[in-house]
Write a new protein. Structure first.
Length: 183
């Protein structure tokens, strides 16, 4: 199942689930990120994705407790250009809470990619998840603003240049599960 979106500049886009066949595309996309974007994603200097990291980021996506979406911006010929990935992962020890992460290719940042991905991700979030619990760098103002748009947000210091962020989500309008999808 896919969703259509329109970016801030009018670019049409498609959003759909990240699939196991996307493993190398995720690796290649990560290589296009600036050092700053990579640092904001993992809160550490991570020059390359390892096979173990890809196992988690791609192979462990189950569409139920770990939902990952990719956004492809459509060029004038209708070809898809990978622009970003978003994911939500339910915590095993707190079934009502999940971590969230959004990564946008640098050239697509500030064009509405993260907003489009998060809108669809919240629609498809795991059933019962009503709270996001994540850590961001304190200087990542775009991520903080993005999280604040999702619901009531509390951010507390969590070490040098780190904030622990909790977002209380509004009740889900519709949560899509794999068995609900109609192709």
């Amino acid at each position: 199942m896919f969703a259509e979106a329109q970016l801030n500049d009018g670019t049409r886009a498609l959003i759909w689930e990240l699939l196991p066949i996307d493993r190398e595309a995720v690796r290649e996309g990560y290589e296009q990120l600036s050092d700053e974007t990579r640092f904001h994603r993992f809160l550490a200097a991570v020059p390359h994705l390892t096979d173990t990291m890809l196992d988690h980021l791609v192979d462990e996506v189950d569409g139920v407790n770990h939902v990952a979406l990719v956004l492809l911006a459509l060029d004038e010929d209708g070809n898809g250009i990978p622009a970003g990935v978003a994911r939500i992962i339910r915590y095993a020890d707190d079934r009502e809470a999940a971590d969230v992460a959004v990564t946008v290719i640098d050239e697509w940042q500030r064009k509405g990619v993260a907003t489009a991905l998060l809108t669809e991700l919240m629609r498809r979030r795991p059933a019962g998840v009503n709270r996001l619990v994540t850590t961001v760098t304190a200087d990542n103002l775009a991520s903080l603003a993005m999280l604040r748009r999702l619901g009531h947000t509390v951010a507390e210091p969590a070490g040098p240049n780190r904030l622990d962020v909790v977002v209380e989500l509004p009740e889900a309008e519709t949560t899509v599960t794999p068995q609900d999808e109609i192709l």
